[in-house]
Design a protein around this ligand. Structure first.
Ligand code: NAD
Length: 523
């Protein structure tokens, strides 16, 4: 077995990050299990594809109802395994998946059915074209721990409705909720082996990338994404890469300070800051800066931190010690370079193993890691700017480009500025909720990744586009076939002039006359 395919451990434990309690243990899938799962998926996929879009949509509809019926149970399990507050499990996980199902139920048929392709090439008017959307076959999905249900579920639903089989490698920190997703899909009618879960750590993911899958949808860090892209390039495996972010929030001089500061606090501390779309850096016009920073600090001090199982908790634990140390190192680096810690900046050991106090930093700048690297924790660093140009320059001074937000009372000004931000999504007067709009594409530019999930763009990633072209006059030889000569070249020069150098009406008439003359030419 090649060294890079050897697995570090044979079992993984799912641990409640709030308490350290082991919730369950699972065997890691090795190359043999991965090979067997992908082969099995390939065997059953044609029948799944053959049952037709409408039947698959019915399965998605049943899945939606099955999930709705046990939403509270699923939400509790997510909170237990990942730590986020119960209400966030309900709204940012279960609700997102219910709505993704709604989008597919309403739109998948129209988006995926064959479509005629009208064309405007006058020389090829005897041709009738059609677009067919064909499933890839077996889609591999590798997912992270921070949205352990909504990320793999939305991707899997799109892959399944398009007629693919799916092999999911969930995060090693949240395998149980992936197994739960599998049983919900089975209950809804997804056949065994059309959706499979392969638990394991990084090496299991690496082995899946090297397996016989037809496409990979990966969500995770930019570092892992780069490694995957290199492996995928060797065999031209198509990949979608949903990677990290360092989302800026721009608070313009006319923003509503109270609303924008509440948004900053929610956007930075929702899911304990462990969201790819978190507010990772906040830039505030100098006119509002002092009052904005004070408002954020005051609102942050009031947040209730604790176990996500407590219905009143607003900020839960972080996922694990390693992520917590990254946060600590960013805060200490900023503190050392002159940032002011207005609140937080400490662990909350009394609450449990992985708690870090929601932290507001002022007087930060771009020499600090907290403004350049993904922190992925409960930290809100706030910096001032002088004018819109400087705000845009600071927002774009970043390797990542996932999303951004702009806060202003003037929507037109916000939307105009949105066009200048290098990001996959720019929200005017909201943060993060774009992920819940199932019609909207999700994905980034620069180091935030390649391709899109969600909406029609996410569905398009799950199919190969095939162009089927039929000639309506099969017995007629084509004028461009052999029989070349100077006369023919001259006629073609005239033909191109006629097609493209005149107003449309004249051009069409003359072109058709010319085609008639050329059609009489003998080969
Ligand atoms: P990660 O990159 O460490 O792991 C992600 C997944 O990849 C896990 O399942 C892991 O086991 C697997 N993996 C690790 N090494 C691998 C390898 N060599 N080959 C194949 N698979 C491998 O990321 P994480 O810590 O789980 O998640 C946090 C990151 O994910 C953050 O950077 C966050 O911004 C990003 N994220 C992005 C989005 C998005 O939509 N853009 C959404 C959520 C999270």
């Amino acid at each position: 077995m090649p060294a890079d395919l050897q697995l570090a451990v044979s079992r993984i434990a799912s641990v409640n990050p709030a308490t350290g309690e082991v919730l369950g243990e699972l065997d890691c899938a090795g190359p043999a299990e991965i090979h067997a799962a992908v082969s099995q998926a390939r065997t059953v996929q044609p029948a799944w594809a053959a049952c037709g879009i409408r039947s698959r949509i019915e399965v998605i509809r049943r899945f939606q109802q099955v999930l709705l019926a046990c939403k509270d149970d699923v939400a509790r399990r997510i909170t237990q395994e990942m730590g986020k507050p119960y209400v966030e499990s309900l709204l940012t996980e279960v609700f997102v998946v219910l709505d993704a199902a709604r989008f597919l139920i309403e739109n998948a048929y129209v988006l995926l059915r064959d479509k005629r392709l009208p064309h405007g090439n006058l020389a090829l008017k005897t041709k009738s074209g059609r677009i067919a959307h064909e499933p890839y076959g077996v889609i591999g999905i590798i997912s992270p721990w921070n949205y352990p249900f909504s990320i793999p579920a939305t991707e899997a639903l799109a892959a399944l409705v398009a007629g693919n089989a799916v092999v999911l490698k969930p995060s090693e920190f949240t395998p149980l909720i992936a197994v739960e997703l599998q049983s919900l899909l089975r209950e809804a009618g997804v056949p065994d082996d059309v959706f499979q879960v392969l638990p394991g750590e990084g090496p299991t993911g690496a082995a899946l990338v090297k397996s016989e899958i037809d496409k990979l949808v990966f969500t995770g860090s930019a570092a892992t994404g780069r490694r995957i892209a290199q492996t995928a390039a060797e065999r031209l495996l198509p990949v979608v890469l949903e990677l990290g972010g360092k989302d800026p929030m721009l608070v313009l001089d006319d923003a509503d300070l109270d609303v924008a500061s509440s948004a900053a606090v929610w956007g930075a501390f929702c899911n304990a800051g462990q969201a790819c779309l978190s507010v990772e850096r906040c830039y505030v016009h100098e006119k509002l800066y002092g009052a904005f920073v004070d408002a954020c600090a005051a609102k942050t001090r009031k947040l209730r931190v604790g176990s996500g199982m407590d219905q009143s908790t607003e900020v839960g634990p972080m996922i694990h010690e390693r992520q917590l140390r990254i946060v600590e190192s960013h805060v200490e680096d900023a503190r050392g370079l002159g940032a002011r810690v207005l609140t937080g900046g400490i662990r909350l050991r009394d609450l449990g193993p992985n708690y870090y106090a929601p932290t507001v930093l002022a007087d930060v700048n771009h020499s600090m890691r907290v403004m350049r690297e993904e922190t992925f924790g409960p930290v809100l660093p706030i910096m001032s700017f002088r004018d819109d140009d400087e705000a845009v320059r600071l927002a774009n001074d970043c390797d990542y480009g996932l999303a951004a937000s702009i806060w202003t009372r003037d929507r037109a000004r916000g939307e105009a500025l949105a066009g200048r931000i290098e990001a996959g999504t720019v929200m005017v007067n909201d943060v993060m909720s774009c992920f819940s709009i199932s019609e909207a594409p999700h994905g980034g530019v620069k180091a935030s990744g390649l391709g899109r999930t969600h909406g029609r763009w996410g569905l398009n990633e799950m199919v190969r586009v095939k162009y089927i072209d039929s000639d309506l006059v099969p017995r007629m030889k084509k004028i461009w076939w052999f029989g070349y000569g100077s006369a023919f070249s001259g006629e073609m020069e005239t033909f191109l002039d006629l097609l493209y150098a005149r107003p449309l009406r004249q051009k069409m008439k003359a072109a058709l006359r010319s085609m008639g003359a050329l059609g009489r030419r003998k080969m």
